[in-house]
Design a protein. Structure first.
Length: 159
């Protein structure tokens, strides 16, 4: 079940993503990422996937950011993975990514996940700082993970 988490903080409103958000999400992916950007088709698939949770942040009614997380299982149990996190540059440093992450973490916990994993470019200092602030720990480096040859930093948080 999706859709019962709502959060309003200082003009920031978080709600589950819907198919009507795909266009805005795609535009933001283009703004935030280059070759790694998800296509509109991929975003639409993720919004509807039973194993995914997608949340949108609005700032004073403007589309300001979104997050997508997936759930999966391994031999240790159910875990979450952050798939993408995008905040419009006009609304950055206002706590939007922090609220989106908190919302997703809470939803993953409710879904029974005990850990959350993510990959981030090793040179994306602001995102690494954000994730460490949110309690993620550095796990390992995956060489040449991204198509431009940049290594990934794998991070993990116990939920
Ligand atoms: C990384 C990103 C998601 C941060 O979004 P945001 O809404 O600005 O983040 P927040 O306002 O919640 O910031 C929380 C903390 O993260 C850190 N942080 C965020 N942006 C930072 C920056 N430009 N420089 C240094 N630290 C930064 C700070 O510690 C910040 O706390 P503070 O503002 O109290 O100092 C946003 O810059 C973005 O969308 N970047 C492009 C896409 C991307 O890199 N996504 C993540 C990789 S998967």
């Amino acid at each position: 079940m999706r859709g019962h988490l709502n959060q309003a903080t200082c003009g920031i409103h978080v709600r589950p993503a819907t198919e009507g958000d795909v266009e805005s999400m795609y535009a933001l992916e283009q703004m935030c990422f280059d070759v790694e950007a998800f296509s509109a088709h991929q975003l639409q698939y993720l919004i509807n996937a039973k194993t995914a949770y997608s949340f949108v942040a609005e700032y004073d009614d403007a589309f300001a950011g979104f997050i997508i997380g997936l759930t999966n299982r391994n031999r240790f149990g159910k875990y979450g993975r952050i798939y993408t996190l995008d905040v419009d540059y006009r609304f950055r440093r206002r706590g939007i990514a922090t609220i989106l992450l908190k919302t997703l973490m809470e939803r993953l916990r409710q879904a029974g996940c005990t850990n959350c994993f993510l990959e981030v470019k090793v040179d994306n200092d602001k995102a690494v700082t954000l994730y460490e602030k949110m309690g993620f720990e550095r796990s390992r480096i995956v060489p040449n993970y991204y198509s431009d040859g940049v290594h990934a930093l794998k991070m993990k948080k116990t939920l």
